[in-house]
Design a protein around this ligand. Sequence first.
Ligand SMILES: Nc1nc2c(ncn2[C@@H]2O[C@H](COP(=O)(O)OP(=O)(O)O)[C@@H](O)[C@H]2O)c(=O)[nH]1
Ligand SMILES: [Mg+2]
Length: 302
Amino acid sequence: MSGLAPRSRRALGRELTRLANASVAESLAHSTQRPEPSMEPVRIGFTGAPGAGKSTLISRLAKHRLSACREKGGVAILGIDPTSPLSGGSILGDRIRMDAIANEPDLYIRSLASRSSHDGLADNVLDLLEAVEGYGFREVLLETVGVGQAEHAIRHSVDTLVMVLQPNAGDAIQAMKSGVLELADIYVINKADLPGAKKSASEIRGIVQRSQAAWRPPVIETSQKHEEGLAKLDSAISEHLAWQAEHCNASETLRRRRHYHVQSLIVRRVSELLEHQPQLLDATSLAEAYDCILLALAEDTQ
Ligand SMILES: Nc1nc2c(ncn2[C@@H]2O[C@H](COP(=O)(O)OP(=O)(O)O)[C@@H](O)[C@H]2O)c(=O)[nH]1
Ligand SMILES: [Mg+2]
């Protein structure tokens, strides 16, 4: 692909808007019409607290990834922004629009609100990823805000997960010590120009070194003021993808993804159902309410 034609860009934009707002029935109907991607696409997830510098980092990294992907189908960036931004983190699109890459023909950038989703991803994130891939993009960089369970949800959706931390991110380091955050494939201490970066990086290295996992996650310091860390991050992502291609079972990965996808559709469908039929909860016992809901789902013609 040498750039997505403007007409296709507009069509993809409309499709993403439709999917981000789709009901479960609409998502399912859409999934049967979608073309299969021609090549196995790659998904790289970035998570971390709002304001950690994810959007800034991704916009810079995209340039590196693009130089390797241009011939194979370009790079798309999907940003899932919280519906009610609580911190200083800016909307991905705004940040990147200021950047020189905004006019790259092989790059597609889109931000979407996370709507009702509780896991930090848009409700239909897997649909969104598949839609982008259906348009021939070789790599998708997915930005999401780390809010508790988000890391678990994103873990199922991407091939490589990068956790972006800031210097002195005390809470995150505490969480890692207790094993809550040991999900990422690569840890980044961003804003390495600020004091405390070296100390945070060595604390995280200490934790990561204790891991028994076959892949030992690298800990990389990055800063928007230096290119060196960015090049290291780019290589680490490529190394992890290559390692995974060699060591992981692709059908197992697809199965895990299907598991998460089906599960998230069912959870959403139950929410939709209870919104329209709240009386289902009026049963005399919890077990009865549960049975009533299962029955309603079984009879569900949407
Ligand atoms: N000092 C410093 N500030 C940075 C760096 N990268 C990003 N920032 C600032 O951090 C703030 C949040 O950045 P943003 O990319 O929107 O964070 P996100 O919410 O994680 O996507 C912005 O004001 C950026 O200018 C960095 O490497 N060093
Ligand atoms: Mg952001």
